[in-house]
Design a protein around this ligand. Structure first.
Ligand code: NG6
Ligand code: CA
Length: 510
């Protein structure tokens, strides 16, 4: 009995040491931009805006030409990034309203939970937009649970929704930061009193006018989606968001530099309302949309500088990505359309935010790990939904059965390992559970418009009637201009069946 115990312990120790040898456990920093398109940064071809720090990442790392997010709106991409599951599989994963309850339930396997189990310190700093609190929604004056801390993050410092939605307060761990109990925060869908000033009644006083929606409660001269009152001491200025994310991140990295750490730096740039800090206003000829890209680039630079200063650069994997493609007018008159000139936010791709054409989900995607990743350009197909399986593999963590069912281990492709494969297919979606789909398989792309509409084709909110099924060859026609479905009925059938099978099977990873 004793001997077999000794033998068992010996085996376990050996197994543990093999796992830790296989696991490289770099620090991991995922920088997710908001509404940043394929063509919005200079290393992907932009000339009207210069992004030296993002370009530096690309120069020192791998720049992907087929790097994707899984959806063309924010909430579903973020849901999929964290859980490794396609958002169309779950009800309630469309763009979250201000009082949305937590969309990811406690105990769900997430990329953060996997890394935490593997010994990482974990944090999310920046935009959340995945709901907070139980079924009744957030208790703004009490404990905001469940939230990130119940799904694997040790620390969070958040913008709870998105900044065109109320309220404009920071949530740190379970509480609204700096909330004065004498001045409770109320958030709701209906006007709280007849004299409550809104973007409609007080339109002339606004410092940035709205173009559609976004005409409820006013804060900092900008009217928003949703109503709120109180919490005055807790409210921030839109201009200070980027500085706050950087300050909190630098502090958190300093505190956790001696352990392996995972930081999800969730920028709000360049989502509307685009109100960059005064020092970036006027930095480009593109108006605040371009200036917000410069601000995002500054954030990237500050993070890279911090890694250098703390001697962490050589053992930190940095991944830069976006949550969906670009949009010009997303509800405010910020001159994004009139000042756009020749700039092509989605590069040579069609569509953008809200669309299942390539511009909706194919975005800048860069990995850098100095000394480990050979700099270059990669054509491998990778997606934000693969982070759970891929980062778990790097950290030596196993995926529990039934978890992360659409996440593929593409860690080899992310690190540029010779011969390592990317994905062989990817499903793209627009928003919510019953939306439109794209399926890319090799060079072929099927667009399936269940809504019979293509959204945001011209980088504006237009719904264009379209045929339900379209087939494109991305090699000959990356701009998805020629629907070749009639010429290739066999390929169209194969992709149509494959998409239906992936949806029906409830999982896509074998
Ligand atoms: C839309 C909003 C848009 C933006 C988007 C979410 C209107 C008319 N449009 O409903 O402004 O907030 O939701 O963007 O209200 S996302 O990047 O967070 O998904
Ligand atoms: Ca977004």
């Amino acid at each position: 009995m004793r001997r077999s115990l000794v033998w068992l312990v010996g085996c376990l120790c050996l197994a543990a040491s093999l796992v830790s040898q296989a696991a490289e456990k770099p620090n991991i920093v995922v920088i997710m931009a908001d509404d940043l398109g394929y063509g919005d940064v200079s290393c992907y071809g932009a000339t009207a805006v210069k992004t030296p720090h993002i370009d530096q990442l690309a120069k020192e790392g791998l720049r992907f030409t087929s790097g994707y997010c899984s959806a063309s709106t924010c909430t579903p991409t973020r849901y999929s990034f964290l859980t490794g599951n396609y958002a169309f599989r779950k009800q309630g994963t469309g763009i979250a309203p201000p009082n949305a309850p937590a969309i990811i339930q406690p105990e769900t396997t997430t990329v953060a939970a996997l890394l935490k189990q593997a010994g990482y310190r974990t944090a999310v700093i920046g935009k959340w937009h995945l709901g907070l609190g139980g079924p009744d929604g957030p208790d703004w004056n009490g404990d905001l649970k469940p939230g990130p801390r119940e799904i694997g993050f040790d620390f969070c410092h958040l913008l709870p929704t998105t900044n065109d939605r109320v309220p404009q307060v920071y949530v740190q761990n379970h509480r609204v930061l700096n909330l004065d109990p004498q001045d409770p925060l109320w958030v709701g869908r209906k006007k709280p009193s007849p004299d409550h000033p809104t973007g409609i009644t007080h339109r002339k006083t606004l410092k940035m006018d709205w173009s559609h929606g976004h005409n409820a409660t006013i804060h900092n001269g900008i009217s928003r989606i949703g109503f709120y009152t109180g919490g005055k001491a807790a409210r921030f200025r839109d201009e200070d968001l980027a500085d706050e994310w950087v300050k909190q991140s630098v502090q958190w990295i300093e505190q956790n530099k001696d352990e392996p750490f995972f930081l999800f730096f969730s920028s709000h740039d360049l989502h509307v309302p685009r109100i960059p800090h005064e020092r970036f206003q006027g930095a480009t000829s593109l108006g605040f949309r371009g200036d917000s890209i410069v601000q995002l680039d500054w954030c990237v630079g500050e993070l890279l500088k911090t890694l250098d200063r703390l001697n962490l650069t050589d053992n930190t994997l940095v991944i830069f990505c976006s949550d969906n493609g670009p949009v010009l007018d997303d509800g405010y008159k910020d001159k994004a359309i009139t000042l756009n000139g020749d700039h092509r936010p989605a590069g040579h791709f069609k569509g953008g935010k809200y669309s299942v054409y390539e511009g909706g989900t194919r975005t800048p995607f860069i990995t850098r790990w100095k000394g480990r990743i050979e700099p270059g350009v990669s054509e491998k197909l990778v997606c934000t939904i693969d982070m759970a399986a891929s980062l778990a593999a790097l950290a030596g963590a196993d995926l529990p059965p039934g978890s992360c069912v659409d996440s593929f281990d593409v860690s080899g492709a992310l690190l540029g390992t010779a011969g390592a494969a990317g994905r062989d297919h990817l499903v793209q979606q627009d928003n919510g559970r019953r939306g439109n789909y794209g399926l890319r398989v090799g060079d072929w792309k099927l667009a399936r418009h269940d809504a019979k509409q293509a959204r945001n084709v011209e980088l504006r909110l237009v719904n264009t009637p379209t045929s339900r099924l379209q087939l494109f060859n991305l090699k000959d026609d990356p701009g998805e201009q020629r629907n070749v479905i009639k010429d290739h009925p066999d390929i169209a059938k194969r992709l149509t069946d494959q998409l239906a099978a992936i949806i029906k099977a409830g999982r896509s990873r074998p």
